[in-house]
Design a protein around this ligand. Structure first.
Ligand code: FMN
Length: 172
């Protein structure tokens, strides 16, 4: 069973988790930007959530033949412990992964407003403006408004363990 691990990471959180998994499996995590083909039976792809998109998902999907297992590991700020977050991620990933064999894991990343690109800063500014004008704000909306401009870090090395166990179960 040949396992490959790839990541598409803008600020490093997906790369961090991909490298943790690859280390545990004794392989190297590859940046999806650096590869055009893949030789694997199973692919674990780590990609950040960006306003309704999953970074690298389309490309990673295109590199793995349809009959192989695709394991998507999303990394975002929203709490995957909440059903709403999980539902949104499943909806988003289902649109791209459609009928293929796949499994989804979701992890929490980080965000340092001082490091955002100009485009991302503008997107966050616009989002917070919309949220402030919203009447029935959710807990997440409030949290985003409160933490706007700061530094958040929800990365947790232990969060990778269920993914490691799943990968190991494929090798047995
Ligand atoms: C413009 C922008 C949009 C984002 N959209 C979402 C989102 O829809 N859901 C979410 O959970 N996190 C969102 N995030 C947070 C990122 O997913 C988070 O920073 C993640 O750690 C990025 O992973 P990466 O560094 O590997 O690219 C967004 C961040 C930015 C800058």
């Amino acid at each position: 069973m040949k396992i490959a691990v790839t990541y598409s990471s803008i600020y490093g959180a997906s790369a961090y988790y991909a490298e943790l998994l690859a280390d545990k499996l004794g392989i190297i995590a590859q940046d999806l930007n650096d590869i055009d083909k893949l030789d694997a039976d199973v692919l674990f792809h780590f990609g950040g959530l960006y306003a309704g998109t999953i970074n690298g998902l389309k490309k990673a999907c295109s590199l793995l033949p349809e009959d192989r297992l695709f394991v998507l590991c999303t990394v975002g700020l929203a709490d995957p412990g909440k059903e709403r977050t999980r539902d949104e991620i499943m909806k988003l990933s289902g649109k791209i992964l459609k009928d293929r064999k796949y499994k989804v894991f979701s992890l929490r990343g980080d965000m340092d407003y001082s490091k955002l690109t100009i485009r991302h800063s503008a997107m966050m500014w616009a989002l917070v403006k919309v949220l402030k004008a919203k009447k029935n704000r959710t807990e997440e909306d409030e949290a985003l408004i409160e933490t706007y401009g700061g530094k958040l870090d929800f990365k947790n090395p232990d969060a990778i363990l269920p993914i490691v166990r799943f990968a190991e179960s494929l090798e047995e």
